[in-house]
Design a protein. Structure first.
Ligand code: HEM
Length: 402
């Protein structure tokens, strides 16, 4: 019977190295034994983990769970990213999100398709010339960073610095980096990004262009709707959220296809399946395994368990997406799966703003890849990111061909 008490063996599994590589069997046990459970990382820190689909879907929408860092902590200490929409509750969230919503609708984003197709072709040419190589370095990392940098108006010469800063920011949550050094690198990266965007805003103020930075600046300058800190938070969030997550979708998606040559063949034979293949990749091996933290604003009952006021809550998307109560044969990769109401982009007011962009990049990437190649295999030197929230590869060397 499900309880809200974690067994010592499950806690040990959550702490083990193998949880990074293979979390899905552990999630299954959690769903079966304790779908709403307090995970005590130490004597004085822990979180409630929610792992079944219905509870996760509900919690993502539940406004009794706050994400508002500014409300919870000292507003004076809030960094630009703390003040971004990802970490605010309505109505502050609504106002921030409305300012960028129009730039990210599927229709607006679809206009980027020809440019993304060109980038995909160029990057695949590079991989093809060498018969393969590290898919992360040669394809999965350069594609999203180039797209988001072009959207924001970051010149080409500055992109390597962007990649570094973004990796440092997210690296702070890598399991092996829960050290002062990791956090210092993250703070330094955030400061470098902030300074860079401040300079860019000053330049765009003098000479506006067509990019998103100029657009946001006009909203900022025409009224008092976005202050300097909010603008910085918005730009930083778009850069970080739009980068690492899509990188991981591309890497995890390719790994899934390489593990399932039949599904590769199926996509190659029917390229119109690319859209649903991407949805299945998002479900099967979600790039964001746990949503960003929420806190209960009041004692809240979830799945028969009371979560005390102020407790922190992790919605385990990666587990919800494998729940057999929602998905038939959940551990099987089925690129034609329908319906497929996965939670990889969240739910409710914080539903991923960049979903249309991530979907487009991935669709064009996998269409291109499977059109060119009849298969690929993993080569020596695979390295996973030591992170259980952002699931992905640091290196994914591949050899092209069956
Ligand atoms: C495969 C790629 C991506 C995945 C898996 C992903 C996942 C997510 C998830 C799960 C959330 C909700 C977090 C929560 O409720 O705690 C979210 C929010 C967000 N994402 Fe994404 N994301 C991806 C790509 C992108 C891209 C390309 C962009 C921007 C260009 C982006 C921008 C955002 C923003 C701004 C939010 C906050 C929305 C809000 O608070 O209203 N994401 N994303």
């Amino acid at each position: 019977m499900a309880t809200s008490i974690l067994s010592p063996t499950l806690l040990a599994e959550l702490r083990s190295e193998s949880f990074v590589t293979s979390p899905y069997a552990v999630y299954r046990r959690l769903r079966e034994e304790a779908p709403v459970v307090w995970v005590p990382w130490s004597e004085d820190t822990g979180q409630w983990w929610l792992t079944d689909y219905a509870t996760c879907a509900e919690a993502l929408r539940d406004q009794r769970f706050s994400k508002d860092i500014v409300k919870r902590f000292n507003p004076e200490e809030a960094t630009p990213i703390d003040r971004s929409m990802l970490f605010r509750d309505p109505p502050a969230h609504t106002r921030l999100r409305n300012l960028v919503n129009r730039s990210f609708t599927p229709r607006t984003i679809e206009r980027l398709a020809p440019r993304i197709e060109t980038l995909v072709d160029e990057l695949l040419d590079g991989l093809g010339r060498d018969g393969g190589g590290d898919f992360m370095a040669k394809f999965a990392m350069p594609l999203p960073v180039t797209v988001i940098a072009e959207l924001l108006g970051v010149p080409e010469a500055d992109r390597p610095a962007f990649r570094r800063w973004s990796a440092d920011l997210i690296g702070a949550s890598d399991a092996t980096k829960q050290s002062e050094a990791g956090y210092e690198a993250a703070l330094a990266a955030e400061a470098s990004i902030a300074q860079y965007f401040r300079d860019m805003m000053a330049l765009r103020r003098l000479r506006p262009t067509e990019d998103l930075t100029s657009l946001l600046l006009q909203v900022h300058d025409e009224g008092d709707r976005l202050d300097e800190g909010e603008l910085l938070g918005m730009l930083t969030l778009l850069l970080v959220a739009g980068h690492e997550t899509t990188v991981n979708l591309l890497g995890n998606g390719l790994a899934a296809l390489m593990d399932h040559p039949d599904e590769w063949e199926r996509l190659r034979a029917a390229p119109s399946l690319a859209e649903s293949a991407v949805e299945e990749m998002l479900r099967y091996d979600a790039p964001v395994q746990r949503a960003t933290f929420r806190w209960s604003l009041a004692a809240t009952e979830v799945g028969g368990t009371v979560i005390a006021e102020g407790a922190s809550v992790a919605v385990v998307i990666g587990s919800a997406n494998r729940d057999g109560g929602q998905f038939a044969d959940p551990d099987r990769l089925d690129i034609g799966r329908t319906p497929n109401r996965h939670l990889a982009f969240g739910r409710g007011v914080h539903f991923c703003l960049g979903a249309p962009l991530a979907r487009l990049e991935a669709r064009l990437a996998f269409e291109g890849l499977t059109r060119r190649w009849d298969g690929a295999a993993v080569a020596e030197g695979v390295v996973r990111r030591p992170n259980t929230a952002f699931r992905g590869f640091r290196h994914l060397p591949v050899r092209i061909g069956r």
